[in-house]
Write a protein that binds this ligand. Structure first.
Ligand code: AMP
Ligand code: ZN
Ligand code: FE
Ligand code: FE
Length: 275
């Protein structure tokens, strides 16, 4: 029997639209046996996640996703973390620092939008966020105002790299992100590797100490799954996976969970400490 698990999803504590408890409910409905919450730069969903998991009898774990910055890396490299201790010295403070930089970035994005003649205030963007602020909250503000119809349209017209309201990510470098997770006792995984570049970039990232790569990504084609799976095997990286579910209204709301076969799952469960 394949094992259906979700190792990559987002809640209202970052740029998702469901609470952790609602994610737990969805996981049960979709036949997902383990749910790992990987909000961007926040672990504030933990209490809700663990309470809902215990009440529903679903295995849940806390993860994280750190969107990186730096030459060639900005908005291409995202690092997922698993099995870290959120109480490690300085860990929460570092996340708070990343979130402050996101707030600064959001202010700059709003300035650019205003410069383009869009009538929008920073407070309208912030009002859409529970904690971690990101471009999706600017997209949601544009949608509320009727400027765009979807997050996708907001990215395509304004917010994606190369578009007129784009501002570079101010997140950690990949080296910092990987070190932060590993210093807290965790496993560092390259998220959706297809956005990170080609062989050269993957090799550079691996050399920074990656433990894992997201092979079974929801949006990967079968040939991408084979190629990243082969790379993981060749380099001794753990092959992980998830859908990057963000919730209703985000354009990223497919069925929760990806399927591992028994042998693959045994390797993952051992490293992540889940059964
Ligand atoms: P940020 O963290 O502010 O750089 O925003 C990145 C987030 O925006 C990603 O984690 C996705 O959730 C979301 N995103 C990126 N591109 C798109 C898109 N084309 N449509 C919808 N959401 C997107
Ligand atoms: Zn996101
Ligand atoms: Fe990501
Ligand atoms: Fe994600």
């Amino acid at each position: 029997m394949p094992k259906r698990v979700e190792l990559h999803c987002h809640s209202i504590y970052s740029d998702g639209t469901l609470t952790p408890a609602a994610l737990v409910e969805r996981a049960l409905k979709s036949g997902t046996e383990l749910l790992v919450l990987t909000d961007h730069d926040s672990v504030s969903g933990a209490a809700d996640l663990f309470a809902a998991g215990a009440a529903a009898g679903l295995a849940v774990r806390l993860g994280i996703e750190l969107n990186c910055a730096g030459e060639g890396y900005a908005d291409r490299v995202h690092i997922l973390g698993y099995g870290f201790s959120p109480d490690s010295p300085g860990f929460r403070e570092r996340l708070e620092g990343f979130r402050e930089r996101r707030t600064e970035r959001a202010r700059r994005i709003v300035e650019k939008l205003r410069g383009l003649g869009v009538d929008i205030e920073f407070e309208e963007v912030r009002a859409n966020a529970h904690e971690t602020l990101g471009r999706p909250h600017a997209a949601d503000a544009l949608r509320r105002k009727g400027v765009v119809k979807s997050r996708k349209e907001a990215f395509d017209r304004f917010l994606a790299k190369g578009k007129p309201a784009y501002v570079d990510s101010m997140g950690p470098s990949p080296a910092e992100a990987i070190a932060l997770i590993k210093d807290a006792g965790g496993v560092a995984c390259l998220a959706h590797p297809q956005t990170a570049g080609g062989d050269k970039e993957l090799e550079e990232l691996r050399a920074l100490g990656l433990d894992a790569v997201e092979v079974l990504y929801g949006a990967h084609t079968p040939s991408q799954v084979r190629a990243y799976g082969a790379w993981a095997r060749e380099k001794g990286l753990l092959a992980l996976g998830g859908t990057d579910f963000h919730g209703p209204g985000t354009g990223r709301e497919e069925r929760l969970g990806v399927e591992f076969d028994d042998a693959e799952w045994a390797a993952v469960a051992g490293r992540l400490g889940c059964s």
